[in-house]
Design a protein around this ligand. Sequence first.
Ligand code: UDP
Length: 241
Amino acid sequence: MKVELLGSFIDALSMQETENKIAELIERGGGHHVVTLNPEYLYRAQFEPGLLDLVNSADLVTPDGEGIVWACRVALRPVPERVTGIDIMLRLSRRASEEGWRVFLLGASPGVAEDAARGLEQRFPGLQVAGTYHGYFKDDEEEEVLETIKKACPHIIFAALGAPRQENWINRYLEQLNCLAMGVGGSFDVLAGKVPRAPFWIQRVKVEWLYRMVQEPSRCKRVAVLPRFAWLVLKNYRLKT
Ligand code: UDP
């Protein structure tokens, strides 16, 4: 079931149900796009309708971010839980190691995707990482990136190019790549050990965004959007007469 929030259609699935749904899409074959939607993206999409179209043309949209889960609750269209890109990436990597699916890691600074891949291979023995490519390629490198991925013939592409670049990129090339592709934001930096993930208790008390801001002060500008997002939600779903 999908729930509508500020013009975006979000899958109301638990983490386990999301993993199962993605596994089904992979088994079915063909191109599939999974979007992990956060409040910053959804707020920006209010002013750039093209971003909303990207979300609504995806096969699966997960509520990545406590802000989205909260907003769905306020709008009386609740989703079961937060389903983050990194958690789904870990679950799919475990499943890939069991099922023999090949994964490709595209994105982050040079060297980071390789480190993240090594970490995943250690954690999930048998995982086949079909290839990696950094996320700072120029327009004239695009062809090389595509050829590298096509040769690797992955079942899953994890794209960590930042939003909305990763969503735009996946949408543009999905047909050619003919596999499941999913935007995972800053996940490679965490998996490579460049940025620590918030301890579990911080995730539990729902302030991972605050922890990330302290770790990476450059995120301040992004976090500043959150009160505006909250106001928009309240205005649309609670203060309307
Ligand atoms: N990135 C990239 N290419 C770009 C811009 C960003 O590969 O042109 C990477 C960046 O190095 C980082 C990730 O994309 O690893 C973006 O992380 P961010 O924290 O913005 O994502 P979030 O997890 O908040 O969605």
